[in-house]
Design a protein around this ligand. Structure first.
Ligand code: NAI
Length: 329
């Protein structure tokens, strides 16, 4: 339609957003016909830098970009938004314990969850990229009782894309030949990238690869530790690929997944695959008409079961920690 879709993005002066905002404004999220209005949230000290980003958005003269508003108050910035991409978060600094990290981010995501609850449009979809993404999404969801839980997702699409790329390189095919890749669990080093349901040119990937040692001792750790490898090489965390994955997750959630394939999305568990309700965890998902469904009925062997359970155990312990801090509303 010609009515602009209002897209909120947080952490808008940060590294990921420098790669994200221009692509949204160019139509890569909602397509070449759909005008967008950007609502950009930052903390007060970063507003000046954000003004510079807005100057650059202006200077692109994007035909689809109807308006840009910026601010440091979530209640104002989230007013009437249809899509919210929560990228901004508090990074781990030196000497910070895991509990400090959860608490610092809890302070951000409780406030943003409430602001979305009170001010976003009725159809709002919320995607959390800022780490620890799954638990931050859980905090936001728990503080937004009037928004259906299933409108809160966390990003594991970058892990998914990393796994697709590794498998394509190993088997010597283009990434287009890879389908049905799955990331299970948390966006962390415990995540489980599952090749056992993936296909290479329509054939079972495990059969094409025929190398269990590679799967266990090369593929898995490479995908799990890719974020750290990029920090080592670049001296900064992945930004362009994280922006790309954030766009692809939201694009597919709004516009649907291709036939005969699925994507990895962290969504509230509904008991599928024996994962108890209460955490936001990565599942294979398809999307039709803006609603995702978890792909059911995949066979999970003992190797996969153990890996999935370990990552879900980590999510459960994060949930218990933030529950203990009173962050779950
Ligand atoms: P960055 O540090 O360059 O930018 C983050 C921005 O968020 C900063 O400008 C900061 O001022 C802002 N911010 C902090 N608190 C805020 C608040 N309460 N409201 C609005 N903005 C706020 O970091 P970068 O590289 O852009 O990464 C952002 C987040 O994404 C980090 O938490 C990072 O760990 C995470 N990430 C997640 C990935 C995933 O696959 N889920 C992949 C890569 C990064």
């Amino acid at each position: 339609s010609n009515t602009p879709v209002k897209v909120a993005v947080t952490g808008a002066a940060g590294a990921i957003c420098y790669n994200l905002l221009f692509r949204i404004a160019a139509g890569e999220l909602l397509g070449p016909e759909q005008p967008v209005e950007l609502r950009l949230l930052e903390i007060t000290p970063a507003l000046k830098a954000l003004e510079g980003v807005v100057m650059e958005l202006d200077d692109c003269a994007f035909p689809l970009l109807s308006k840009v508003e910026i601010g440091d108050d979530a209640n104002t910035v989230f007013d009437g938004v249809n899509l919210a991409m929560l990228v901004g978060a508090r990074p781990r600094s030196k000497g910070m314990e895991r509990s400090d990290l959860l608490e610092a981010n809890g302070a951000i995501f409780t406030v943003q969850g409430r602001a979305l609850n009170d001010h976003a449009a009725d159809d709002v979809k919320v995607l959390v990229t800022g780490n620890p993404a799954n638990t931050n999404a859980l905090i936001a969801m728990s503080n937004a009782p009037d928004i259906p839980n299933r409108r809160f997702n966390a990003l594991t699409r970058l892990d998914h894309n990393r796994a697709v790329a590794q498998l394509a390189q190993k088997t010597g095919v283009s990434v287009n030949a890879i389908s049905q890749m799955t990331i299970w669990g948390n966006h962390s080093a415990t995540q489980y990238p599952d090749v056992f349901h993936a296909l290479v040119d329509g054939r079972p990937a495990a059969e094409v690869v025929d190398d269990q040692d590679w799967v266990e001792n090369d593929f898995l750790p490479t995908v799990q530790k890719r974020g750290a490898a990029i920090i080592d090489a670049r001296g900064a965390s992945s930004a362009a690929s994280a922006a790309n994955a954030t766009i692809e997750h939201m694009r597919d959630w709004v516009r649907g997944t291709p036939a005969n394939d699925w994507v990895s999305m962290s969504v509230p568990s509904d008991g599928s695959y024996g994962i108890a309700e209460g955490v936001i965890t990565s599942y294979p998902c398809t999307v039709t008409d803006g609603e995702y469904s978890i792909v059911e009925g995949l066979e999970i062997d003992a190797f996969s079961r153990e890996k999935i359970d370990a990552s879900v155990a980590e999510l459960n312990s994060e949930r218990e920690a933030v529950h203990g801090m009173g962050l779950l509303g």
